[in-house]
Design a protein around this ligand. Structure first.
Ligand SMILES: [Zn+2]
Length: 190
């Protein structure tokens, strides 16, 4: 009898321990899920385009055409750049080229299949070519550039690597506003 009692208590205790263990696992899983969704919400396309816009602002302050770019991998900025064509007397010193070079150096790799480039203005065909060679995983573009953007040269064809995903129009108004302000200031300097 005593042994049956013992077994019964033992089973209850075991069940309660198991219940607690499962409960803790579920609780932990929920916390991880909550954390990941909070991180995803925080580090979304707008967040990183804001960082690219900060780069564009730096260009603006140097009297350079205000274009900025950041390269992101696993929610971390691994390369950043802004247009420096005047400062460096180099027509290839576009924001994307500088951000890409920084990212290649950071990774010690010449391809960036897991990275995303955020750029405030549609890339030109030179930068589109560099992005093709980089095999970058994703490109997020802000404002359209009808005059010098790659679409003027490529039309509806994609100049990027077949595996590259493309998103356009992220914080496009902010990117365009900075460009408009820059050229307004050029036309009528104070
Ligand atoms: Zn370019």
């Amino acid at each position: 009898m005593a042994s049956v009692r013992y077994c019964k208590i033992g089973a209850d205790v075991w069940q309660s321990v198991r219940y607690c263990k499962i409960g803790a696992d579920v609780w932990q899983a929920l916390l991880v899920r909550y954390y990941l969704s909070a991180v995803e919400t925080m580090f979304d396309d707008s967040y990183f385009m804001q960082r690219a816009l900060q780069e564009a602002q730096l260009a603006f302050e140097k009297d350079e055409i205000p274009v900025g770019a950041v390269v992101v991998q696993h929610n971390k900025i691994i390369g950043r750049g802004h247009n420096l064509t005047e400062t460096l007397h180099d027509v290839t010193a576009h924001a994307e080229m500088i951000a890409l070079t920084a990212a290649f150096n950071h990774m010690g790799a010449k391809y960036l299949p897991d990275a995303t480039l955020y750029v405030t203005l549609e890339p030109c065909h030179m930068c589109a070519g560099a992005l093709y060679w980089s095999k970058i995983g994703r490109i997020v573009v802000g404002a359209a550039d009808e005059k010098h953007g790659y679409r003027r040269f490529y039309g509806s064809q994609s100049p990027f690597h077949p595996k590259t995903q493309l998103t356009t129009g992220v914080l496009a108004d902010e990117g365009a506003r900075l460009m408009k302000l820059f050229f307004q200031r050029k036309r009528s300097p104070l």
